[in-house]
Write a protein that binds this ligand. Sequence first.
Ligand SMILES: Nc1ncnc2c1ncn2[C@@H]1O[C@H](COP(=O)(O)OP(=O)(O)OP(=O)(O)O)[C@@H](O)[C@H]1O
Ligand SMILES: [Mg+2]
Length: 256
Amino acid sequence: MKTPVIIAYLGKGGSGKSILSSLTGKIARAKKKKILYIDADPAMGLATALAVDGYKTMGQAREEIIQQARTAGSDKDKEEILDIVDYLLLEALYETPHYGLLVMGQTDSIGCFCPLNTLLRSTIKTIASQYDVVIIDAEAGFEQISRQVTDAVQYPILLTDNSLRGVRTAILAKETIDRAPNMSPKKTGVIFNRVTEADAGLRGRIEKAGLIYYGSVPIDGQITESDRLGQSALKIPDDADAIKALKTILEDEGIL
Ligand SMILES: Nc1ncnc2c1ncn2[C@@H]1O[C@H](COP(=O)(O)OP(=O)(O)OP(=O)(O)O)[C@@H](O)[C@H]1O
Ligand SMILES: [Mg+2]
């Protein structure tokens, strides 16, 4: 059994979680690591950044199970979550020669006995050891931390821009992580994204809150261009400024 490196990107809406998740996989892949991406955002931004379609989401796979259970007239309950996880992995794990991808999808199904976040947590536990690096693109907001989806994460990476609102959100994320009973990250730090140089005052707030300042990733025209064309972020060249900056951070911090 491998002990995978498990990273989660967290931060306010639009802070760069999906794009930096995809680029992190690209950097790890160049190091010959086996990658699992987890798109835990119902908006499915990571799948979009990777330009994949034709996958089945965990939400869809779950619906199928529910339908089958109804047809069979059985009375499933939480104890069967492990069977469900096996089925979900079989149905919803999207594999390419370069990476695996699990897309959580929509979280509706009101009153469902198997909330997707719970399934996602069990799924991560079940499958992570088959990979070297697991990268989670989390939902904006911190419900998934409180709902223990991120329990196994060693490296929560909080993203912000050069704004007080972004920094406050990052600090709130840290407080939520500190309160999460089963989460014990190796280190928790902040990347300023789309920023050439972090504002000294904002950086001070981050450090005062007990967070590590990891560095900044600049605005990168190659990301903008990739967005414009709707191409996979994995096609962005290795020498793009954002990739170089992110790689330096992940290596210097001992994450990759
Ligand atoms: N360093 C960067 N340089 C250029 N564009 C960037 C950079 N970082 C992010 N972007 C662009 O900003 C937009 C928001 O980024 P992204 O979708 O990754 O954020 P997010 O945190 O996942 O957002 P959401 O909360 O909506 O899921 C995207 O179009 C992305 O390509
Ligand atoms: Mg996103």
